[in-house]
Design a protein around this ligand. Structure first.
Ligand code: NAI
Length: 335
């Protein structure tokens, strides 16, 4: 039976990359009913709300969404819609796989890191206030419940997929209580899940230096929210950038899949955006809903397009001369 997916095109390059992704997913024969929904700056103009009620209700009902990027104003304006969605649907685990793509030349060719990021707490609680003029406080909220459930998620994921190791990047030398609690929960889960999965801890600044020196040392990373956000983009840079890094936001009974990148206003509407990251997110979604043969078909096709070395089929961010539409068409031909 076809599964309904809430599709949010979003802002900036969002409509272009969602259109390309949908074209490929349909060509691969996925059994999906797309339900297109508004959110973001465009939705405010048309529906009077950046996150209209109809969008929330549809995700509430179908528990599955594929989302384009949403613009968040810097330093003023409304709260990040991404943060709101993750909190509203309790999508506490962000999975961001970072893998070298065959045929895409980067500094390293053997990267295979799964970044697991806590998605609902930490500094992204959005609790900020001006104590007195020119003095601002931001609250970092860390709970045992939140830390334990993300650590359990990470070790469960590692066990199910026979991963080798989980490394926690932290700053518990400075944030002794909050990152200390995060570490405490990670150690507890490691004890619960047994010693078949290697467990390591690194102070985040040293960890970042090690990861850019030799990413092959790392298998899975477990991080709290802010650290995870920053390190995911750092890892994306190891394999070709934001255009090729997918993501999933998972809760106990709802999942929203999205690329790691933002709305890229600098290239919006120019047929320059790489839809690969959202397409890879759609592949994660198809695996999540057990449409594995379709997911495999798409993976094989995009690997073939990258390996072919046809620069007219690739977008400029990965050295190509083509654009969003040419890339999607090439993958459809490969399928
Ligand atoms: P960004 O990810 O939009 O862009 C950073 C750089 O990467 C830009 O040079 C852009 O052209 C390039 N880039 C990003 N995605 C690309 C793609 N698919 N193909 C080719 N090049 C790509 O980050 P930025 O500029 O910091 O944020 C822009 C807006 O996006 C902000 O409002 C931010 O809040 C929002 N944002 C939304 C996210 C989401 O919806 N999940 C995630 C990150 C940022």
């Amino acid at each position: 039976m076809a599964r309904t997916v809430c599709l949010i095109p979003g802002d900036g390059i969002g409509p272009e990359v969602t259109r390309a992704t949908r074209q490929v997913v349909d060509a691969a024969g996925a059994e999906l009913d797309w339900l297109e929904l508004p959110a973001g700056a465009g939705a405010a103009e048309e529906h009077g709300d950046v996150l209209p009620q109809q969008t929330l209700e549809a995700i509430e009902e179908h528990r599955l969404a594929l989302k384009g990027p949403l613009t968040t104003p810097i330093g003023k304006g409304f709260t990040s819609l991404n943060v709101r969605l993750r909190k509203h649907f309790n999508l506490y685990a962000a999975i961001r796989p970072v893998r070298s793509i065959p045929g895409l030349k980067t500094r390293f060719d053997d990267v295979e890191i799964i970044v697991i990021r806590e998605n609902t707490e930490g500094l992204y609680s959005g609790l900020e206030h001006e104590v007195i003029p020119d003095v601002v406080e931001s609250m970092k909220v860390t709970t045992r419940t939140g830390c334990e459930r993300i650590a359990r998620f990470a070790f469960q994921y590692a066990r199910e997929r026979q991963r080798k190791s989980v490394t926690v990047f932290h700053k518990a030398n400075i944030m002794k209580l909050s990152d200390g609690l995060f570490l405490d929960c990670a150690r507890k889960m490691h004890r619960e899940f047994g010693s078949s999965i290697e467990y390591n801890e690194m102070i985040i600044d040293a960890g970042c230096m090690e990861i850019v020196k030799d990413p092959s040392r790392f298998d899975m990373l477990l991080l709290e929210n802010y650290n995870g956000d920053v390190v995911s983009d750092l890892c994306a840079g190891l394999v070709g950038g934001l255009g090729v890094t997918p993501g999933a936001n998972i809760g106990d009974d709802c999942a929203i899949f999205e690329a790691v990148h933002g709305s890229a206003p600098d290239i919006a509407g120019q047929n320059k955006a790489n839809p690969m990251a959202l397409l890879m997110s759609a592949v994660m979604m198809l695996n999540h809903i057990d449409q594995r043969p379709v997911a495999d078909r798409i993976k094989k096709a995009y690997n073939a397009v990258f390996s072919s070395g046809d620069l007219d089929a690739l977008t400029p961010d990965v050295g190509g001369r083509g654009g969003t539409r040419e890339f999607a068409d090439a993958i459809c031909r490969a399928i």
